[in-house]
Design a protein around this ligand. Structure first.
Ligand code: AMP
Length: 417
């Protein structure tokens, strides 16, 4: 037997319905705010991520699926969505459209990570990007959109954690201060932190090792050393969200695994997954487009991990989606097949979910099968019914049966809804 590649998953029905429903909800909420879908390649030139996400990040240094094509060009399966959006924004000239540009993406991402709950090598993200607006209002809209989406799914216990990473100009000062504060404890830091110390010191704050974490708690938060402009920006975002009744938690040591974020940086955490397994995250990236060779266009966005989101989906939404039960159409007479197929077509056209019996089961076996697949009703086309242009509609919960004219079956079944 050939098994799926490590870290990939098969999403089978009916679970796949949840994925479709979540994506539909995303299109509806984000679409309502004019975020339009952009469909991008899953493979990009490796250089895009090296320059975009940052060479010193875990994602680029350890987690990419990188391979040469047949001509020796280095390609990478995208580990995240924003770099590709930025590339397309530049390459397709989206900066020439009326600004700002609002984009939505949904699709698979790839990271070579150690497997654990909520961590896969192929996973899906739903993300939005707002490009061409540098105001705090843009951040507020993006976070409001996130909040609306999560509310539409029925979440009421998710927390948005918000930090201020300042501008790139603030960073050397912050990092120098951080290193000064940690210097006397440097030998207590884990080996990963020793590597981060030189390669990506901001990520020191993100270490999960208990002793490192303890030491970080005593350091000065980045938000305290940022410029007045950066401070005012994030304070306005925070105030804007509060005014909208959207709860945010200040997270002074939140940093993200991608280098491009500045000022506003945030994560969404669920009490069911813990703070180390965020459902989504994002932030502002005003230098990314220009760093990739494009014009000076600011941006802000986030990505939600769809696998994790579905893992903790509220039961109300889950039950509503999975609770849809089919109507079985059961031809139980010689020559009933065409009538059954016509009826199935008409029921579907009336918005019902139909499951045809096409294996030639007898009436008895067909009813048993209908119960197994969770049918709410079975429409039986037996010889007697067929002779008079009728069908028997059997309610699978009550066991009640009624003869109904073929043309009225759809009406009868939709009336029960
Ligand atoms: P990031 O692009 O690292 O900010 O990740 C954004 C979101 O994508 C995370 O909060 C997760 O929900 C999801 N995510 C990231 N990496 C993985 C993974 N390896 N497996 C599943 N979900 C992931």
């Amino acid at each position: 037997m050939i098994r799926r590649a490590k870290g990939t998953r098969d999403i089978l029905p009916p679970e796949s319905r949840l994925w479709a429903a979540v994506e539909e909800q995303a299109r509806s909420v984000f679409g309502g705010l004019s975020y339009e879908e952009i469909r991008l390649p899953v493979m990009e030139p490796t250089e895009l991520f090296v320059r975009g996400v940052g060479e010193g990040t875990d994602i680029v240094s350890k987690e990419m699926f990188t391979f040469p094509d047949r001509k020796g060009r280095s390609l990478t399966l995208r580990p995240e969505g924003t770099a590709g959006v930025a590339r397309a924004f530049i390459e397709e000239g989206l900066f020439q459209r009326p600004q700002p540009v609002r984009l939505l993406y949904i699709g698979p991402m790839f990271r070579y990570e150690k497997m654990q709950r909520g961590r896969y090598r192929q996973f899906a993200q739903i993300g939005i990007e707002l490009l061409g607006a540098a105001t705090p209002q843009a951040d507020v809209e993006v976070l409001m959109a996130l909040h609306m989406f999560l509310e539409a799914l029925g979440f009421d216990d998710l927390v948005i954690r918000l930090n201020n990473l300042g501008d790139p100009e603030d960073r050397p000062r912050f990092i120098a201060g951080l290193k000064r504060e940690l210097a006397s404890h440097k030998d207590e830091l884990c080996s990963d932190c020793h590597r981060r110390w030189d390669e990506n010191p901001l990520r020191l704050l993100d270490c999960k090792v208990p002793r490192c974490r303890e030491l970080m708690l005593n350091t000065t938060p980045v938000a305290e050393v940022v410029s007045d402009e950066a401070r005012a920006h994030v304070e306005e975002v925070s105030a804007g969200l509060t005014a909208l009744g959207i709860p945010v938690q200040s997270a002074p040591r939140l940093v993200r695994g991608l280098d491009y974020y500045l000022r506003t940086a945030f994560e969404i955490v669920s009490p069911h997954l813990g703070e180390d397994t965020a459902i989504g995250g994002g932030g502002r990236y005003d230098r990314l487009i220009s760093d990739l060779g494009g014009p000076q266009v600011p941006g802000i966005g986030f990505a939600i991990g769809e696998d994790r989101l579905i893992d903790v989906l509220p039961s109300g939404f889950r039950d509503r989606v999975l609770g849809v039960r089919p109507v079985v159409v059961l031809p139980a007479a010689d020559g009933a097949e065409t009538a059954a197929m016509k009826l199935a077509r008409s029921l579907v056209e009336h918005g019902l979910e139909v499951r045809n019996e096409v294996t030639g089961r007898s009436l008895r076996a067909g009813l048993k099968w209908a119960a197994k697949v969770g049918a709410r009703a079975v429409v039986i086309l037996g010889p007697d019914e067929l002779a008079v242009g009728e069908a028997t509609v059997r309610d699978m919960d009550s066991g009640e049966q009624r003869r109904v004219e073929l043309e009225r079956v759809a009406e009868e079944l939709t009336a029960q809804d």
